[in-house]
Ligand binder design. Structure first.
Ligand SMILES: [Zn+2]
Ligand SMILES: [Zn+2]
Length: 252
């Protein structure tokens, strides 16, 4: 089954515009009244772990020290080189950001999408390539039917609007369903996902020789993004970069 735009567009913008005229925008964290473009009140902004300063060029995790003009990668990415070029994330996954991210993933917090796309646009700006195609990490269609929307596709569309770049919501698809991978080891995730994700045959020409920017909500081990990056490279993408709303800090 092909993932169509129609399946991932339940935002009802007319209804939402009407609601925002009646109800002024509220902080995504605590619900107090805020400026609509800001997304968070000053207290929640301060408590939200936005990533800044020196980061790993591959996975976006914050690193100690000042940039010295050379590429900096974290130990994990040096030991396990990523199949993509550059990566960034807007937030660290933490107690403060978890409720926003879980709300976006499992609940009805689509109000998070607009501000999240702005935060991601800011994080990805240093690595953005002219003419890149923005591509969301896909959900299997059975999971898409149950959740009604793919949060990565919503973020990709928001990021496209923020950056002015094209996006292609159905470039990648999961032709095999993978079991829930939250508890799996990194090796199990890589094995399960490696052959599950493909470039849609009818879309391959859109990425031939072109830069691709992959979008997902959270990066943990990076297994899903790796499977997507490999699929894009095998289909002829010139270079693949990644951006996520949040990065889980691994202890290893
Ligand atoms: Zn707040
Ligand atoms: Zn890294």
């Amino acid at each position: 089954m092909r993932l169509s735009c129609a399946v991932i567009k339940p935002l009802r913008p007319v209804f939402q515009t009407a609601v925002s005229l009646i109800y002024p925008p509220r902080c995504l964290g605590c619900g107090t009244l805020v400026d609509s473009d800001f997304g968070l009140c000053s207290a929640c902004w301060r408590d939200t772990p936005f990533i800044g300063g020196t980061v790993c060029e591959s996975c976006g995790i914050p690193l100690m020290g000042a940039p010295d003009g050379h590429r900096i990668d974290c130990d994990h990415c040096l030991d396990h080189p990523r199949p993509w070029q550059n990566g960034r994330a807007a937030l660290l996954y933490s107690d403060q950001s978890r409720s926003l991210i879980l709300g976006l993933k499992h609940g009805d917090r689509q109000d998070v999408v607009g501000p999240a796309a702005r935060w991601m646009a800011r994080a990805v700006r240093p690595i953005l390539r002219e003419g890149a195609l923005i591509v969301p990490v896909p959900l299997h269609w059975t999971r898409l039917l149950r959740r009604r929307y793919n949060q990565a596709a919503l973020l990709a569309r928001g990021l496209a609007a923020q950056t002015g770049l094209e996006h292609c919501p159905d470039l990648l698809h999961r032709h095999r369903r993978t079991r829930k991978l939250e508890e799996a080891s990194a090796e199990e995730r890589f094995a399960a996902l490696a052959s599950a994700i493909r470039v849609h045959p009818g879309r391959a020409r859109r990425i031939a020789g072109r830069a691709v920017l992959l979008v997902d909500d959270v990066m943990t081990s990076g297994a899903t993004l790796s499977a997507c990056a490999i699929a894009c490279r095998e289909a002829g993408a010139a270079v693949v970069d990644v951006v996520t709303l949040a990065r889980v800090a691994l202890d290893d």
